[in-house]
Design a protein around this ligand. Structure first.
Ligand SMILES: Cc1ncc(C[n+]2csc(CCOP(=O)(O)OP(=O)(O)O)c2C)c(N)n1
Ligand SMILES: [Mg+2]
Length: 675
C-alpha cells in the first residue's frame, strides 16, 4: 500500500519562487536526466554498459531544483544514484556515457564507472560507491571553503539508507559545531535497496534528526520542483551567511529497481508504484507550466525530441571512444612526486628527539604553506596526548590546529574532503589502533580517488599516529598495523625509526600530493635526543638507510626494532660476527634494491618487525630477496615477529611478546653458523 501520509504531503503545494525561465530550464534538465537514465538502462540490457548503474528516474525534481542554486564556486558530493545531480551541475553527458561504457574519455578514464563520476573543475567532487561517504567528505570540502572565506557552500546528497550510517551523525555534529557551509540533502525514496525505510529508521523523520544537533531541518515534497528549490535557496543563504548547515529531507520515489543489475524478487506493491508514478515530477511540472501558459503541448513534444537527439548524439560519441590501456591506468595509481630531491643535509650538532623532530616538521611546513592544517582529538591546547602538536596551537591558531570531537570517521573523511578542495591535511589518530574507525576514508576514498577519478583528484592528506607496544596499554592500544595499508594500492606507508628520518619523511609526507600513512612509535617518542638539522629538508621515500655496515648477515628491521637490531649487531660483533642493519624507512615504497644489494654481499638475511609474523612485511621482504638474490643466499631468510596473539597487558608478557635483541642475535647466529 502507498504511504498515505507521504502522498498527502506531496500534494501540498509549496510557495513558488521560480521564474518561468527557471521552470523551463528545470524541465529541460529533468528531461535530459530521464532520457539519460532510460537509455543507460537500455544500453545496460544490451551489454554496452557493464557492471551496474543506478537510475534516478522519478527523483529528477531534486537534482533540477537543487543544483541550479549552486554557483561555479560551490560544490556537490553525491551518491551511487548521482547521474541527475552531475547532469544538473553541468557535467558533459557525452563524457558521462563514455564513463558508463568504460572508455578512456569518460570522466574517470573508464576506471571508475557510474558510481564515481566527478568533475572537480565544475565543483562535482564525486559520486560514491560507499553509502554515506559523501556526507563526511562534504564536511571537509565545506571546511576548506569556510577557511578560504569565499562564501561558497556545498551540498552532500545521500539516500535515506545513508541516514543510518554513523558518518551521517558524526558529520552532522561536526558541521553544526563549526557552522559549516553545507546542506545535508537526503533523498528519501522510501527504500534502501529492498528495505522499507520506515522499518529501519527510528524517530519521527530523518529531518527531525537535525534537531538533536541543532541543525535546522525541513521535510519537503521532493517531487515538487518549487519546494526543492525554495528549501535549497533558503539553506544556501544560511550557508553563505555563515549560519551553518541545514538538513533537507525530500520525499520521493525511484521508479526502477535498485540498480540496473538488480534482479530482485518483488518487494514493492503495484499499487504503491502506481501511486507514486502519478505524483511524478515531470508530468507535474509540465502540467503546472501549461496551466500557467508557459508551455504548449507541441513545445513539450519538441523539447522531448531535442533531448532525445542530444542523448543519442552523446551515446554515438561515447561509443566511438577508445578504451583505456593498462599502462595509462597503472600510471594513475601513484601520485607523481617531484623527480628532484634535495640531498638530505648533514645531521649537525643540534639534538632533539623523535617526537620533537616530528613537531618541528609540522611547524616548518605550516609556516611555509598556509594550507597545511591539523585535525585530531585534543591536538589543540594540550598538543595531543603525546604532546606532538604542542606549541602549534599558539603559533598557528585553533583554525589550523583543530580539536576534533571523538569522531574518527568524521575526522578522517573531513580530512580527505578538505584535501580534495585544496588543503594539505594532517589527520591524527590519537592512538593508531583507532584508525580502524577511519578505514573508509583512507582505503575507499583517499587511496582510490586519484585512480578512480581518472587521475584528476589531488588528495594531499597524511594519516598519522602512534602505533606499537611497549608501554603496557594492552591489545587495543598497541597494534602494529602497517600491512593493513601496505596492501592498498594508492597509499604510501612511512615508518621512520630515527629523529632525523622522522623529520625529513614527515616533510615529504605533508608535501606529497597524495595520501600517506605515517606511522610513529610510542617507544621512539620516549627515545634519546639525536642530531637533527634545524631547517626544512626532505627524505625521499623508498630509500632504505644502512644503519650499520657489516659483512656476515643482513638484518632488515623496522621502527622500534631497528634499535634492537643494532644492539644485537653490537653484541654479535663482540663474538666476531659482522652484521649489517638496514632500516627500509618506508614500507611502501619499499627499497628492494638496497636490501638485495646488502644480501648479495652478506649472503644471509634476517627480517624483524613488531607485528605478528603472519602477513607481516617480513614475508614481503623475504619474497623479494628470494626473487632477486636467491643465488647469493647461503641460508634461508629468517623472519622474526610477534606471536599470533593480541598484545598482552602484563608487563613481563608484553616484553616477551615483542622481538628483542636476544632473539635477533639468536636468529643471526642460526643462519650464520649453518653454512
Ligand atoms: C557502506 C555500504 N553499505 C552497503 C552498500 C550496498 N548498497 C548500495 S546502495 C544501497 C542502498 C542505499 O539506500 P539509500 O541510501 O536509501 O539510497 P537509494 O539506493 O535508495 O538511492 C546499499 C545497501 C554500499 N554500497 N555501501
Ligand atoms: Mg533510498
Amino acid at each position: 500500500m502507498a504511504d498515505v501520509t507521504i502522498l498527502e504531503t506531496l500534494t501540498r503545494a509549496a510557495p513558488n519562487t521560480l521564474t518561468p525561465a527557471d521552470r523551463r530550464r528545470a524541465l529541460v534538465t529533468m528531461l535530459r536526466i530521464r532520457q539519460f537514465e532510460t537509455r543507460a538502462k537500455e544500453l545496460f540490457l544490451q551489454g554496452v554498459i557493464k557492471g551496474t548503474a543506478h537510475s534516478s528516474i522519478g527523483q529528477e525534481a531534486i537534482a533540477a531544483g537543487a543544483c541550479p542554486v549552486l554557483e561555479d564556486r560551490d560544490f556537490l558530493l553525491t551518491h551511487h544514484r548521482g547521474h541527475g545531480h552531475t547532469i544538473a551541475k553541468g557535467a558533459d553527458i557525452r563524457r558521462m556515457f563514455a564513463e558508463l561504457m568504460g572508455r578512456a574519455s569518460g570522466y574517470c578514464a573508464g576506471l571508475g564507472g557510474s558510481m564515481h563520476i566527478a568533475d572537480f573543475d565544475r565543483g562535482i567532487l564525486g559520486a560514491n560507491g560507499i553509502v554515506g561517504a559523501g556526507i563526511g567528505l562534504g564536511t571537509g570540502a565545506a571546511l576548506a571553503v569556510q577557511l578560504t572565506g569565499s562564501g561558497a557552500f556545498g551540498i552532500s546528497f545521500f539516500g535515506d539508507g545513508a541516514a543510518n550510517e554513523g558518518i551521517f551523525h558524526e558529520a552532522m555534529n561536526l558541521a553544526a559545531i563549526w557552522k559549516l557551509p553545507l546542506i545535508f540533502f537526503c533523498e528519501n525514496n522510501q527504500y534502501g535497496l529492498t528495505t522499507r525505510t520506515e522499518t529501519v529508521t527510528a524517530g519521527p523523520s530523518i529531518a527531525a534528526r537535525g534537531d538533536a544537533y541543532g541543525v535546522p531541518n525541513t521535510r519537503i515534497d521532493g517531487n515538487d520542483l518549487g519546494a526543492v528549490r525554495e528549501a535549497v535557496e533558503h539553506a544556501a543563504l544560511r550557508a553563505r551567511d555563515g549560519a551553518g548547515p541545514t538538513l533537507i529531507e525530500a520525499l520521493t520515489y525511484r521508479w526502477d529497481d535498485h540498480s540496473m543489475r538488480a534482479n530482485l524478487p518483488s518487494y514493492r506493491t503495484e499499487d504503491e508504484e502506481e501511486a507514486w508514478q502519478t505524483a511524478e515530477p515531470i508530468i507535474r511540472l509540465k502540467a503546472e507550466m501549461i496551466a500557467r501558459s508557459e508551455l504548449a503541448e507541441a513545445e513539450y513534444t519538441d523539447l522531448v525530441a531535442a533531448t532525445e537527439a542530444e542523448i543519442e548524439a552523446a551515446i554515438g560519441w561515447a561509443r566511438d571512444q577508445p578504451e583505456p590501456d593498462m599502462d595509462t591506468a597503472m600510471s594513475l595509481v601513484a601520485t607523481p612526486r617531484p623527480s628532484l630531491w634535495d640531498s638530505p643535509p648533514e645531521r649537525g650538532a643540534r639534538e632533539i628527539n623523535y617526537a620533537e623532530a616530528i613537531t618541528e616538521a609540522f611547524a616548518l611546513e605550516m609556516e611555509h604553506d598556509q594550507d597545511v592544517i591539523i585535525l585530531g582529538e585534543d591536538v589543540g591546547r594540550i598538543g595531543g596526548i603525546f604532546g606532538l602538536t604542542r606549541g602549534l596551537y599558539s603559533q598557528f591558531g585553533a583554525e589550523r590546529v583543530r580539536d576534533m570531537p571523538i569522531s574518527e570517521g568524521a575526522i578522517a573523511s573531513c580530512g580527505v574532503g578538505a584535501a580534495m578542495r585544496g588543503k594539505r591535511v594532517i589527520v591524527e589518530a590519537q592512538l593508531w589502533d583507532f584508525v580502524t574507525l577511519m578505514m573508509d576514508a583512507i582505503v575507499n576514498q583517499a587511496a582510490k580517488a586519484r585512480y578512480m577519478l581518472g587521475g584528476k583528484a589531488r588528495v594531499p592528506v597524511v594519516f598519522r599516529g602512534p602505533q606499537g607496544a611497549g608501554i603496557r596499554l594492552a591489545a587495543q592500544h598497541t597494534q602494529s598495523l602497517e600491512m593493513f595499508f601496505a596492501n592498498i594500492p594508492g597509499l604510501e606507508v612511512y615508518a621512520p625509526s630515527s629523529a632525523y628520518d622522522a623529520k625529513g619523511l614527515m616533510a615529504s609526507a605533508i608535501r606529497h600530493d597524495g595520501p600517506v600513512v605515517f606511522l610513529e612509535h610510542k617507544l621512539l617518542y620516549l627515545g634519546k635526543a639525536q642530531p637533527v638539522p634545524e631547517g626544512r629538508y626532505l627524505i625521499e621515500p623508498g630509500r632504505a638507510r644502512v644503519v650499520r655496515e657489516g659483512s656476515d648477515c643482513t638484518v632488515i628491521a623496522t621502527m622500534a626494532m631497528v634499535e634492537r637490531a643494532v644492539q644485537a649487531a653490537e653484541q654479535l660483533s663482540r663474538e666476531g660476527l659482522s652484521v649489517e642493519v638496514i632500516d627500509p624507512r618506508t614500507i611502501k615504497p619499499l627499497d628492494v634494491d638496497t636490501i638485495c644489494d646488502s644480501v648479495r654481499k652478506t649472503n644471509r638475511a634476517v627480517v624483524v618487525h613488531e607485528a605478528p609474523l603472519f602477513g607481516g612485511i617480513g614475508g614481503e621482504i623475504a619474497a623479494a630477496i628470494s626473487e632477486n638474490a636467491f643465488d647469493w643466499l647461503d641460508a634461508p631468510v629468517l623472519r622474526i615477529g610477534a606471536p599470533e596473539s593480541p598484545v598482552p597487558y602484563n608487563d613481563r608478557l608484553e616484553r616477551q611478546y615483542m622481538p628483542d635483541a636476544a632473539r635477533i642475535a639468536a636468529a643471526v647466529k642460526s643462519v650464520t653458523y649453518r653454512s
